[in-house]
Design a protein around this ligand. Sequence first.
Ligand code: SF4
Length: 354
Amino acid sequence: MLTGEIRGSVTERQINKAVIDQMYAEGFLYAKYGAYARRTHGFKIFKVPMNGGFTCPNWDGRISSEGCIYCPDFARQFTYESFRCVISKDIRAQVAHQIDYYKKKGAGKKAIVYIAFGTNTYAPVEDLRKIYDATLDHPDVIGLSIGTRPDCLPPEVLDLLAEYVDEGYEIWVEIGQQSVHYHTTESTHRGHGSAEFFRAVRECRKKNILSMVFLIMGLPYETPSEMVETARIVSEAGVDALKLYPLLVMHNTKLSVDYYSGRYRPISLTEYASIIADFLENLSPHVVVQRISKDCGLDGKVAPEWDTHRFLVGPMVDKILTLRGTRQGCRYKMGLSADELLPLQKASVVPEGL
Ligand code: SF4
């Protein structure tokens, strides 16, 4: 809804590659979101989680009534400490409380509200408009980051989000894809494949909506090579940012049944850190990395037994990359270059007459 008046503060529309290149020149091993956001905005920003009261088509029966095999009551257990006391309050009250809480902790100057629980684009467009308008109705909010599924971004919803972009807000869509391998999305009962993800990223890009993808490492039957290949595939899809997590086994999920019966074995901390290092090396250098582990909402965690906090995992990944002398993007490549197309045996033959 363009009113002739800019409501937002005209923030990010696309990733600034020059800023990321400068970060590498300063010694960053990967494009860390916090540092990147501070440089591009010129001040510290913070994200606050908010509950818009959404359900999910993989729970309410539209796609399935069972949910993904690892989903505990569509993520309602994944709450932040600051958030528990307001989770059922009116949207404006939640946002005000969260911003006050984080500002008192020195989190930053302006906030992006992360609509976090369930599928937060899964409602009629006019209902979405009311929820998003209420969320943006705070002087310190510069944008939204909306968690959703790749199959829940129809053209009308993207058009609505594009209106907020035009009004000067920074709009992110956080796409819960988790894996780009079809056998994994099928065996984990996602109810969608990878085609929806590619379309969602492409359509977001056309409308200057920033896209972020959630990916889980350690999903059942997915090999380390597949996890690393995912880095190249999401880079090629054109995502702007990503969040990486280890697969958590939570109470009262189908995955917990597989875990207790021995059919699912979580990856170890060492395996995880090594996969994340490999993943980052194979990722485009210009994809911003928002998280590489899981450190909130761990109530009800059954496995893995190791501490998944980023303060433990982050330094391990840094150490691996430092010891290898590598960084994000150093192995990002799709196929052979033109120089490499000469077959090896022919390349070693000296042409006659020379
Ligand atoms: S898409 Fe998300 S909210 Fe829906 S069932 Fe799967 S994990 Fe839960």
